[in-house]
Design a protein around this ligand. Structure first.
Ligand code: AMP
Length: 143
């Protein structure tokens, strides 16, 4: 990938150089809790492939990624007892992207609630993040 910076935070998480609160992993994808959640249960789903934006992902991997987004989204819905799930995905700094490895945000909230707060601003309470992760993992196991 020509413009892919392999020193980005998610690349380091994928290589095991940085920790994450993992909720799901398969051959092509990894899902973990956002460290600065915009709402309790805020989860990120990423491909293992080094794509900076959605447009850098080989189309044959798109299905795998969307499948994981769907799975994690359903689990977040159950775990956080919130039917409304916002799936957000930013491409390029000019769109607000801050970590340059493709990711989908899965958030049990509404567009209205999201618009009232800043994106990736305040560190979450690790204990609360862990509690949410445990609930999401349990919901995934029951899918
Ligand atoms: P974006 O602004 O769409 O690129 O989203 C990047 C997201 O990654 C933000 O919601 C951050 O809170 C989140 N984030 C940054 N560093 C980490 C990390 N080490 N572990 C988990 N999430 C992170």
């Amino acid at each position: 990938m020509s413009n892919y910076d392999d020193q980005n935070v998610f690349a380091k998480i994928l290589r095991g150089e940085l920790p994450c609160t993992k909720v799901y992993e398969d051959e092509h994808t990894l899902a973990f809790m956002d460290i600065m959640p915009q709402i309790d249960g805020h989860t990120l789903v990423i491909p293992k492939y080094p794509a900076t934006t959605l447009f850098d992902l080989p189309p044959e991997l798109a299905g795998h990624l969307l499948n994981s987004v769907q799975k994690v989204g359903k689990a977040v819905q159950v775990a956080m007892q919130h039917k409304g799930i916002v799936i957000m995905q930013l491409n390029d700094k000019s769109a607000g992207q801050t970590v340059f490895h493709l990711h989908f945000h899965v958030m049990p909230t509404s567009l209205g609630a999201l618009s009232k707060q800043s994106h990736a601003h305040v560190m979450g309470d690790p204990a609360v993040i862990q509690q949410c992760a445990d609930k999401i993992k349990a919901a995934l196991a029951a899918l």
